[in-house]
Ligand binder design. Structure first.
Ligand code: SF4
Ligand code: SF4
Length: 345
């Protein structure tokens, strides 16, 4: 899959989260009696700095270009050592850039001010925190359940005022599509670096009755081609889970434990085999060798997950994400100060 060590890393610091988004793989579908229920298949863990030092290969870290704190099942700022981990990365590799994706509703203003030191604007080495804010005061919590708007706004403003580069990323649903312009104005007035909108493909993969795609969005049928254009490879991005596993990509890690698409989950288990083989303690080269189990099938018998995420439209019937920006005027996808490469975010 990778011909050499990837230069970027998607690092999942934690499987814990303060929020409970209805389509997040760390939760089952809501139970009529119990309400929000955690996915029992997902091994829960949060990385500490001490543990991370035993997982990350120093030689790899010294040549790394970019580390993205995103993962698939948790909120990175839940990790108590989050800032210490950023500091350690920079000490070992002073030029590495960072991205961090958050719901913004954790910690306090002081913590976010402190975080900003790692996300200062630099014309050549771009780092940014992406705040996933799906609406404004009266709508964000509809999807980002359990988050608190006032706290998010205070945290984001503290981060921006301390010089941190912040990006507002909004998933547009039917319930918030009337607020895109308002959210965009708010983002600009607060000093966000950029504002972007998108439609989530999860609404097709894991439909939820009360969660609807925006009316302004037109579905884009897949072309039916199965040629795999691996996003992980294109981004040159390795994935390390909060459980210490190198996984081929975020899509595989997200679907490896369910709960959506049981057949996809089963195939991942069958093709990858025992996940413990992928533990980083076996070394990066060992993991890259194992990834051939996925990539060797691309030409002849690609996995469902590869066809669906990187093979252009092979989810049952239809699934090709179309950015709302293709429907709405281009200037909705706005960067006010300077373009940041989307792969870095
Ligand atoms: S904020 Fe992210 S990790 Fe937390 S519940 Fe939502 S999607 Fe899942
Ligand atoms: S789903 Fe398959 S093709 Fe797509 S990024 Fe992951 S490994 Fe690559």
């Amino acid at each position: 899959m990778f011909d050499k060590w990837p230069t970027k890393l998607n690092l999942e610091l934690s499987t814990a989260c303060n929020a409970a988004c209805p389509q997040c793989s760390r939760y089952l579908d809501d139970d009529p009696e119990l309400g929000i229920v955690e996915n029992p298949n997902l091994p829960q863990n949060t990385l500490t700095l001490d543990v991370l030092k035993t997982l990350i290969d120093y030689e790899w870290l010294k040549q790394a270009k970019h580390i993205k704190f995103e993962g698939t099942h948790g909120e990175p700022t839940m990790a108590k050592d989050c800032i210490d981990i950023l500091r350690w990365f920079r000490e070992v590799n002073p030029t590495v850039t960072f991205a961090l994706h958050t719901n913004g509703s954790t910690r306090n203003k002081d913590w976010w001010r402190e975080l900003a030191q790692f996300f200062q604007y630099h014309p050549d080495r771009r780092s940014a925190v992406t705040f996933s804010l799906d609406g404004i005061e009266d709508t964000n919590h509809i999807y980002r359940r359990r988050t608190v708007w006032k706290k998010i706004m205070e945290n984001a403003q503290a981060f921006i005022d301390a010089g941190g580069v912040a990006v507002w990323d909004m998933i547009v649903f039917e319930h918030n599509e009337h607020q895109v312009l308002t959210a965009r104005k708010l983002a600009k007035s607060m000093g966000f670096f950029s504002f972007g909108i998108k439609v989530s493909q999860r609404t097709l993969i894991r439909p939820i009755k009360w969660l609807k795609q925006p009316k302004t969005w037109k579905d884009n049928q897949g072309t039916g081609t199965v040629k795999i254009n691996c996003i992980g490879k294109q981004f040159d991005e390795l994935f390390l889970s909060a459980n210490g596993l190198y996984m081929p990509c975020c899509f595989i890690n997200e679907n490896a434990y369910g709960p959506a698409m049981p057949s996809t989950q089963k195939e991942i288990e069958e093709v990858l085999g025992d996940f413990s083989q992928y533990h980083s303690s076996h070394g990066l080269d060992h993991a890259l060798e194992l990834f051939h189990r996925v990539s060797d099938r691309w030409e002849t018998n690609p996995m469902e997950i590869c066809k669906n995420m990187c093979g252009n439209g092979h989810w049952p019937d239809r699934l090709q994400q179309k950015q709302v920006s293709e429907v709405w005027p281009k200037n909705f996808q706005t960067r006010w100060k300077e373009t940041i490469e989307s792969t870095d975010l």
